[in-house]
Design a protein around this ligand. Structure first.
Ligand code: SF4
Length: 730
């Protein structure tokens, strides 16, 4: 037994297995025990596959297949046949789910018919049930499963609908302006000698009862009696110029009079650099069009004054377009994979976000368990996503982070991001990685959120002036907890059913990935002992001194037999880090906020003290009255005013009152960054580190409150790149 413990401890500390005692988990095909209920997803009714609705209402641009089937059932599964119809339609739903899981693609209606064909062969009554249900299928669209394809398709679909609605409004406006401007020209023509010619008058009245009318006589009378007020040449040219600009626009596909036949620009891109170049190339045309719209509005109201407006419109757009004018145009959609976000592409993204250009950027991650490039074996889980989220929030840009499994529940937030006036970033984890092959991407994506490694959140700068209004983590399960708890049901050695709540942690998630199999080791049942502790308990306690017990994770094999699997310390440390990050997000989201909790504790103790004093006073003999001074109000540490935190952008500083105590900066340099009495970081000694460390800390700070200022040492290597990176945090 002692020898077992020694080999277990050796594995825990070093990750090295003694082959005779510990087994590799890869060969056993183990999965975390909490996954045991999810072997075949096609038998479950859940949010996937989903249907991208062709003509949606509001933000319902996608619906779960099960939701659409429920709507149909609500209409047809009634009366005496209700149960039978329900059963048959649910069988059809399962058949569609199976078809899609095996790679079938197509419209909802097409897959319905395909699945029905399979089922009607099995049972005649099904034909009748499905025909009644089919008659109520009123929506259609492409059916998609949760896969690497999903984020691009879903966001592209939602973006397309937003732009189509914008195009409809735009076309309506442009057509109205063109018609009104044409009316000005037409009215001028009618008033001219040419307009009053006998031939034109005859043409205006057309053939009919007035065929014998003397148009020549009428023309000469009109020319004599009507004042000649034709348009001044300059105005006429201006109005014709406006019509031509409005008709020539290529920003939206056109209808009606607004220049049908122009090939419109494309607004979808695969790189930031391509999108930014297109934006810059088209900017002069966008300015010209925005100016034409503004001038046309004045012209048709008869309010255009050359003296007042000419100079103004000559300089229109010299400093680019303001958000109101930009809102006229389509947004640029850029769809990126996180692996391509480095070097120049990363700088271009920063440039786009810093300028808050109307770009909607999808950054898709298929792998969030990457190993760090810094050191062999070092882990950098979700590093790119964290950096992206910090940068975007620091720049005050809309950001939505979510696993693909959650996108359907976050439709409304996706829509808000797409309608946001400015840049919006959508950081989506697909769950589709070769390293978790064999497990449906939906499960992997959902597990990432469940394990707190990839929490869902939104940051919407337009929602208000404080974090409470702007930042939300409401789409995560069991918000108050460090880890999500799930019931694990199994049979013990006495064949008794046991149900116990088990936390789902980062370690369960990492155990799905075959690259990390060497951090786990299966323990034979004969060697199970009281020196083994459930891993979640170990995460909470940092090791101090000797190891007295080793952590284990419960896993199951394909026959659903439970196994205990040891976990090495590296992974346990990562789980601790993951928990700290989640705790910081909780604080930002208003849960377990340490400032609020400290304040409540101080107020509570002041209140208790004052009650105690009053009790003592009322118990004292009345013969000798004394005055009891009122207890001093609890000391409240006031947050520095905005003026106090406002510093010169040359000087490095931290917005200390907003520090979430996540430790990131302290880990980079604990001389330069130090906690104050409230455990909030400040720069204690600017000379204790490099500008590179300041920039790195700023990039790692979850709440983007470290401002690196300007470099103090002009000879520090790599300054050009560092200054560029620091710009996002000034
Ligand atoms: S200042 Fe430091 S400790 Fe505070 S939130 Fe930022 S990185 Fe974390």
């Amino acid at each position: 037994m002692e020898a077992d413990l020694q080999s277990f401890v050796a594995f825990y500390l070093t990750g090295k297995k003694q082959p005779a005692r510990l087994e590799d988990i890869g060969s056993l095909k183990l999965r975390p025990a909490l996954f045991s209920g999810y072997r075949n997803l096609t038998h479950l009714r859940y949010d996937f596959p989903l249907v991208l609705i062709d003509e949606p209402v509001g933000d319902r641009f996608a619906e779960p297949l099960s939701g659409l089937v429920d709507t149909i059932l609500g209409k047809v599964a009634q009366g005496a046949d209700g149960d039978r119809i329900r059963k048959h339609v649910l069988r059809l739903e399962q058949e569609i789910r199976t078809l899609v899981a095996s790679g079938a693609k197509g419209l909802f209606s097409g897959l319905w018919d395909k699945a029905a064909k399979v089922l009607v062969k099995q049972d005649k009554l099904i034909t009748e049930s499905l025909a009644r249900a089919r008659a109520n299928l009123n929506v259609d669209g492409e059916v998609l499963d949760c896969s690497a394809e999903l984020p691009t398709r879903l966001l592209g679909h939602a973006w397309g609908i937003t732009q189509m609605r914008r195009a409809e409004r735009f076309n309506e406006d442009i057509n109205r302006l063109i018609v009104k401007l044409s009316d000005i020209i037409q009215a001028d023509y009618i008033n001219s000698d040419a307009g009053k010619s006998a031939q034109n008058l005859k043409h205006s009245f057309g053939a009919g009862a007035l065929n014998s009318f003397d148009y020549d006589a009428m023309s000469s009378i009109l020319k004599k009696v009507t004042a000649r007020q034709t348009l001044p040449k300059k105005r006429r040219q201006r109005v014709l110029g406006l019509i031509s600009t409005l008709q020539a626009q290529k920003f939206f596909p056109t209808t009606g009079k607004s220049g049908a036949g122009n090939t419109p620009y494309s607004f979808t891109f695969d790189t930031c650099s391509g999108a930014l170049k297109a934006y810059r190339d088209r900017l002069p045309k966008a300015i010209e069009l925005a100016r034409a719209v503004a001038m046309a509005e004045l012209e048709i109201k008869g309010e255009y004054s050359e003296a007042r407006h000419e100079a103004l419109f000559d300089s229109f757009g010299e400093n680019g377009l303001d958000p109101e004018a930009l809102a006229l145009f389509p947004d640029y959609l850029v769809r990126l994979n996180a692996t391509t976000l480095s070097g120049p592409e990363q700088s271009t993204l920063t440039e786009i976000l810093s300028a808050d250009l109307p770009f909607k950027i999808l950054v898709q991650s298929d792998d969030i368990l990457e190993k760090s490039l810094i050191e062999n074996g070092h882990m950098a889980f979700t590093l790119r996503n964290k950096q992206l989220a910090r940068m975007t929030m620091g720049l005050g840009v809309f950001v939505l982070q979510a696993p693909a499994s959650n996108l359907i529940q976050m439709r409304q937030q996706v829509q808000q991001g797409l309608e946001y006036a400015g840049s919006a970033v959508f950081s989506i984890y697909s769950g589709d990685s070769p390293n978790t092959a064999g497990i449906p991407p939906y499960l992997v994506a959902a597990a990432a959120r469940e394990s707190r490694l990839f929490p869902a959140f939104t940051f919407d700068p337009s929602a208000g002036n404080n974090w409470a209004a702007r930042f939300s983590i409401a789409e995560n399960p069991q918000l108050e907890n460090d880890w999500t708890l799930h019931d694990l049901v199994y049979q013990d050695e006495h064949c008794q059913t046991v149900r116990e709540p088990v936390p789902y942690t980062l370690i369960d998630f990492v155990a799905l990935d075959k690259r990390y199999g060497n951090h786990f080791a299966e323990v034979p049942k004969t060697a199970w002992s009281k020196d083994m502790t459930p891993v979640a308990e170990k995460i909470d306690k940092e090791r101090r001194g000797q190891v007295e017990s080793v952590p284990y994770l419960l896993m199951v094999d394909p026959a659903s037999v439970l196994h205990r699997v040891l976990v090495d310390e590296k992974i346990v440390r990562e789980a601790r880090r993951c928990k700290t990050m989640w705790n910081s997000l909780q604080e930002l989201g208003g849960i377990h906020n340490s400032h609020a909790e400290n304040l409540v504790a101080r107020e509570k103790s002041a209140w208790e003290e004052s009650s105690r004093v009053i009790e003592t006073a009322s118990a004292a003999p009345t013969a000798a009255p004394t005055t009891t001074p009122a207890p001093a109000p609890a000391a409240v540490v006031a947050a520095p005013s905005e003026k106090e935190v406002e510093k010169s952008s040359d000087e490095a500083y931290i917005e200390t009152p907003r520090c979430a105590s996540c430790n990131e900066c302290i880990q980079i340099n604990d001389k330069m960054f130090v906690y104050d009495g409230n455990k909030q970081a400040f720069i204690a000694d600017i000379n204790a580190g490099t500008f590179a460390q300041l920039v790195e800390a700023a990039e790692n700070c979850q709440v983007a409150i470290i401002h690196p200022g300007k470099p103090r040492n002009p000879n520090e290597p790599g300054l050009d790149d560092l200054i560029k990176r620091a710009e996002a945090f000034q």
